[in-house]
Design a protein around this ligand. Sequence first.
Ligand code: PLP
Length: 360
Amino acid sequence: MSRVYNFSAGPAVLPEEVLREAADEMMDYQGSGMSVMEMSHRSKTYDKIIKDAEADLRDLMNIPDNYKVLFLQGGASQQFAMIPMNLMKNKKAGFIVTGQWAKKAYQEASIYGEAVKLASSEDKTFSYIPDCSDLDIPEDLDYVYICENNTIYGTKFWELPNTKGHTLISDVSSCFLSEPVDVSKYGIIYGGVQKNIGPAGVVIVIIREDLITEDTLPGTPTMLKYKIHADNASLYNTPPAYGIYICGKVFKWLKKMGGLSAMKKHNEEKAKILYDFLDESKLFKGTVEAKDRSLMNVPFVTGNEELDAKFVKEAAAAGFVNLKGHRSVGGMRASIYNAMPKEGVEKLVAFMKEFEAANV
Ligand SMILES: *Cc1c(COP(=O)(O)O)cnc(C)c1O
């Protein structure tokens, strides 16, 4: 068996320990004689898997009792519609557009009502987070929406926007469980799990109870109502059962690693190794304003497209894979999620130094 250092933005690296456990349990989950994949989602065995997963997530994130945890499908992208369908009572919501994902959410919401662009960083290719301390926010907005960590551009909100009392909705797909958060500051905090938690196919929505109502936009499909999923504890229909099982294992792994404070420290150490190198390198440079840098996604360039391509190719041959930047920005991007070991980043930087010495 040979494992690479996988810097993919998503689906992405998972803890080896979790993969080994899943492999061990593949043919016979804890004496059930079957794989979790083959098991009824209404069985006692599965009920414990999904309940434990929720309990461990609540524990890790310190989720207050007046929030529901929903395990849904359709990816983060389905939430771009589900949120306005359930929450846009005044048919007006505000968006801070800091990248492609926020922009998609903004565009999708405009199908259902008025989507107001409160701020944007598109003028500089989304390389920074705009000052959101005193935005002009219309009184009648149903909510303010952000994408907290911008996977493609490598920026992160280090301070939440001042919503002036409006409900904050946040897409945390690419920074989920990377650091402690105060859930009570959000109306909804959600993300697809394939970036930092588990296999694609699960989206976790943590939603304040008062936002879960019968009063959805006319025509909202049953499957897109938060209430139906909340009332049925994410078991209205067949949930993404195997994916939730793997997420549960990752939650246990995170707890064993010391929880989210320990994870933040680990992530800060890893990111520092890479950013410090980018700051001193004569060949490579980061593309993001230093104050807004993500701990999870680190884009960088050489300034020469041919050299970028050469680097990506040689890095892959050396076992550092998926370093090509998103098609919309080019260059390189190293995604260094929770499960990327520090050693992976150290070795990548050593490789970058060698490449630099050979190419400047
Ligand atoms: C990947 C990503 C998405 C899209 O996720 P899907 O599950 O593919 O719909 C949305 N938002 C952010 C921040 C992402 O990183």
